[in-house]
Design a binder for this molecule. Structure first.
Ligand SMILES: NC(=O)c1ccc[n+]([C@@H]2O[C@H](COP(=O)([O-])OP(=O)(O)OC[C@H]3O[C@@H](n4cnc5c(N)ncnc54)[C@H](OP(=O)(O)O)[C@@H]3O)[C@@H](O)[C@H]2O)c1
Length: 350
């Protein structure tokens, strides 16, 4: 039976959870999916790096989490050594779940590039490399005969990219609109329930939905990157970040919310893209007061949804979690399953 050797780049919420899944479900995965997984390298800013070609004991590595020790005390290094580990380790697949700088996608872009250049497949949950360097990295993967998968970059484990690519075969996709940020959706919902904007943000922070600096969620930057990914991946738009117009929800007032309620409407932060008659694609992020019978107006709280406009079926909506460490770790697993299916020549059911 095939066993894929894996390197985990970044050992935070997502990759730790993937390690837990591999450690606790190894037998089930083997019998259900027909392949095994073995982690042969881990790098992380706090723990440093560890390479063990015969496999790392994941229960042991997960127990090192409090930061009092590094891999240096266990035959590894206190430094991350990302380039050297990625290029020289024996992994077949690099699972990249570090940090992404929204301006240049680093350090994740380099992690992905080093892996693909050295003939290793990559799955990542980082939006940056896909949104800002997606075409270049996909072409690099093709040149090197390996895979570049990124299902988790848009709606965590909810399979929006793969579903549209595989299940809409034979349909023409005219565009999409979606609720792609749970934090802003939660804040708008709480404002509708009577909280003011600032209080709703504080509540979202207390619940762990919003970051200490909530600008990426509230001002639409996060959705802008996700719209860019979906537009380029699914509509072949060939656009850049500057082409996705962006407006966040900080301009929506309590009066706007009340007026919308009276008119049987509900404010949502909508990310969308649409193909124009001349073939170009117009994409943007903007708050919209949707009628209550609109397919996206009932999507509440931290849930995400995308409604695809298809020629033969009309709107087809996919809804599910858009974040969460378990959900996002599952996205990485679904990427690996898709790679295995491509290698074995069978359809991936993920
Ligand atoms: N969690 C979610 O719900 C979710 C959903 C979709 C997408 N994502 C994306 O998935 C990625 C990982 O998310 P997460 O929740 O696991 O974040 P996280 O808990 O902050 O973990 C990131 C890990 O990467 C480490 N790291 C940062 N830069 C590194 C570098 N240059 N080399 C090696 N390790 C590095 C961090 O170390 P330190 O802790 O020492 O900084 C941390 O352990 C992010 O890009 C995130 O946007 C997350």
């Amino acid at each position: 039976m095939t066993t894929y050797d894996i390197a985990l780049i970044g050992f935070g919420g997502v990759n730790r959870t993937l390690a837990e899944l591999i450690a606790t479900r190894a037998e089930g995965l083997r019998s259900e999916l027909g392949f095994g997984l073995r982690v042969v390298a881990i790098t992380d800013l706090r723990l440093g790096s560890l390479v063990r070609p015969d496999g790392i004991d994941l229960f042991w590595a997960l127990a090192l989490g409090d930061g009092s020790e590094t891999f240096a005390e266990h035959g590894g290094s206190a430094d991350t050594n990302n380039e050297s580990v990625i290029r020289t380790c024996t992994a077949d697949i690099i699972c990249e779940a570090t940090f992404t700088n929204p301006d240049d996608g680093e350090p994740a872009v380099s992690h992905v590039r080093w892996a693909l250049e050295s003939g290793k497949s990559v799955c990542t949950t980082n939006k940056g490399p896909v949104a800002l360097r997606g075409a270049e990295l996909t072409s690099l993967a093709e040149q090197n005969g390996v895979h570049f998968e990124f299902e988790g970059a848009v709606m965590s484990g909810t399979p929006v990219i793969r579903l549209a690519k595989q299940m809409f075969a034979g349909l023409k996709l005219n565009g999409f609109e979606g609720i792609l940020n749970g934090t802003s959706n939660y804040v708008l919902g709480q404002m509708e329930a009577g909280l003011d904007f600032e209080a709703a943000i504080v509540e979202a922070q207390e619940l762990g939905y919003a970051e200490a600096n909530p600008a990426a969620d509230i001002e639409g930057y996060d959705v802008q990157l996700k719209v860019l990914i979906l537009a380029n991946e699914l509509l072949d738009a060939g656009i850049e970040l500057k082409d996705v117009q962006r407006q966040g929800i900080s301009t929506v007032t309590a009066e706007d919310i009340q007026k919308a309620s009276r008119e049987r409407r509900r404010w949502k932060l909508v990310g969308s893209a649409r193909r124009n008659p001349d073939g170009t694609v117009t994409a943007g992020v903007t708050p919209v007061a949707l009628p209550l019978d609109h397919g996206l107006s009932g999507v509440s709280g931290a849930t995400n949804a995308v409604s695809f406009d298809t020629d033969l079926l009309g709107p087809v909506t996919v809804s599910g979690p858009g974040a969460g460490r378990v959900e996002t770790a599952y996205a990485l697993l679904s990427d690996i399953i898709a790679m295995h299916a491509a290698k074995s020549g069978v359809a991936a059911h993920v």
